[in-house]
Design a protein around this ligand. Structure first.
Ligand code: HEC
Length: 444
């Protein structure tokens, strides 16, 4: 190890130059944990890699980090960690919740490890990061306490089994006394074990009032790596005082029985009497409903040892603003993209995930000024690619035929879109507001 440390310092210097980092200090001295790396890990890893987090190990001190250094370098260089699986070469690149490392940060981590993963001067260690409290609502720091919380019926998750899921309804009564607009929602497993077993889930509310008006939409959708949903300012989801919640929860066992697990969904409302300008029905299920092969259920068939792509389209019959993109396939899933073919015939790649990993259900939230604002008649094209070969490390068995199904070893293809449908005036208004912002920002 000693030899490696001293022998490699020259090499590390070369890597830094190649990556174009030009700060004098980093060129002149070795990269060290306390001075260079700790702040990157605190900022980009510690929210999960802490004793209470979903990461398998804590990364809060040199002692904790050092044994993992080679694997950290590998995962960071492969862009598997932090979990952000977008293809950075195509499509929209500005996201509100981007947790990925910059090219410079990646180069720094890699060269630090090549250089022997030195600790450096302990007195230069940055102060410990503030850690999220896994028992708290993540959105409460931004929005305060929720207006109400609903709980799923209890379910005992066995210690060792295949993944498990169920669907059941609970009633929704007495939590609001008049029609209200939802501002934000968040769904999570209970603390401390439920948060670890809940892989993804939905709490879909169907509500009505006594005049027969009805509305349906999610009071929470969860997935590993996905946070709560906050609608853009002035956008809300209408709910009525009575109805039922359809719970659809999917668990992965964790080697330990989790008794009577109850997932919880929190809802933040707009003030009473407020009618938002834009109405949404929340994050929506989105599969192609036409086109070659379609993409749902019966068409899905993967031969053993094959790579296969399928494509399907869906036409927007009204203008829409798309605020987020969350791909969903299972263990053979490799890539999924969303493209728009506009009524003028032009075609635009909106977003593509090229390192899909079913362990993660990441919601990619578009930056405000780049969120796709699409006219009526736009065709949305979904392309899914599966790798059912032995080269796919997530593939449990490349000798199997794979068909559609709910289990992780079966396959699926759909995505979840944060979408707000607009009327023509709203569409023109949002377009004008955006171009005014962009003009102002460009200093004209
Ligand atoms: C959103 C939560 C989250 C963030 C942020 C995150 N990780 Fe992870 N990490 C996990 C989870 C969960 C796993 C285990 C599942 C997996 O590998 O996907 C993991 C696995 C790993 C592993 C592999 C461990 C093993 O035994 O195979 C390494 C190394 C790692 N993370 C390093 C990092 C580094 C370095 C960062 C920051 C640059 C980071 N992670 C950011 C949650 C996270």
């Amino acid at each position: 190890m000693k030899n490696l440390i001293t022998g490699n310092s020259f090499l590390a210097f070369g890597v830094i130059l190649a990556a174009g980092i030009s700060t004098a200090s980093a060129d002149e001295r070795a990269i060290t944990y306390t001075e260079d790396i700790a702040e990157i890990l605190f900022d980009k890893c510690s929210s999960c890699h802490n004793p209470d987090g979903i990461g398998p190990m804590s990364l809060l001190s040199y002692e904790e980090v050092r044994p993992w250094a080679p694997l950290i370098s590998y995962k960071v260089e492969q862009q598997e960690m932090p979990p952000w699986h977008l293809d950075k070469t195509v499509g929209i690149q500005d996201y509100k919740n981007d947790v990925s490392l910059s090219a410079e940060q990646i180069a720094k981590v890699v060269s630090w490890v090549e250089n022997g993963a030195l600790q450096g001067d302990p007195s230069l260690m940055p102060s410990q990061p503030e850690l999220p409290d896994a028992g708290q609502w993540q959105l409460s720091s931004q929005l305060g306490e929720p207006d109400f919380v609903v709980k799923s019926p209890p379910y005992t998750v066995s210690a060792n089994a295949q993944d498990q899921w169920w669907v059941r309804n609970t009633s929704f009564e007495g939590l609001i006394d008049e029609p209200r607009y939802v501002r934000a929602t968040e769904l999570k497993g209970s603390y401390p074990l439920g948060v670890k077993v809940l892989h993804h889930g939905h709490a879909q509310l169907r509500s009505s009032d006594n005049q027969g008006n009805r509305a349906s939409g999610p009071v929470g959708r969860q997935g590993v790596g996905k946070g709560g949903d906050v609608f853009p300012d002035g956008t809300g989801m209408l709910i009525y005082p009575s109805g039922s919640i359809n719970w659809n929860l999917h668990y992965f066992p964790i080697n330990e029985v989790v008794y009577d697990e109850q997932a919880e969904a929190a809802v933040w409302l707009y003030p009473k009497g407020y009618t938002p300008e834009f109405q949404t029905r929340g994050e929506q299920f989105f599969a192609a409903d036409s086109g070659p092969g379609g993409l749902w259920a019966n068409d899905l068939l993967l031969p053993p040892n094959s790579i296969k792509s399928m494509q399907g389209v869906r036409v927007l019959n009204r203008p829409a603003l798309i605020t987020s993109f969350r791909p969903h396939m299972h263990m053979r899933g490799k890539a999924q993209s969303l493209e728009a073919v506009l009524p003028d015939g032009s075609r635009e790649m909106l977003a593509r995930v090229d390192r899909y990993d079913h362990s993660w259900q990441i919601n990619y939230e578009f930056g405000e000024d780049v969120a796709p604002l699409l006219p009526a008649g736009t065709m949305l094209m979904i392309t899914s690619t599966w790798d059912n070969t032995a080269d796919n490390p997530n593939n449990p068995d490349h000798r199997q035929w794979v068909v559609f199904g709910q289990r992780g070893v079966d396959e699926m293809s759909h995505l979840w879109l944060g979408i707000t449908y607009l009327n023509d005036d709203q569409f023109e208004q949002l377009k004008a507001e955006r171009s005014a912002r962009l003009t102002a920002a460009s200093g004209e």
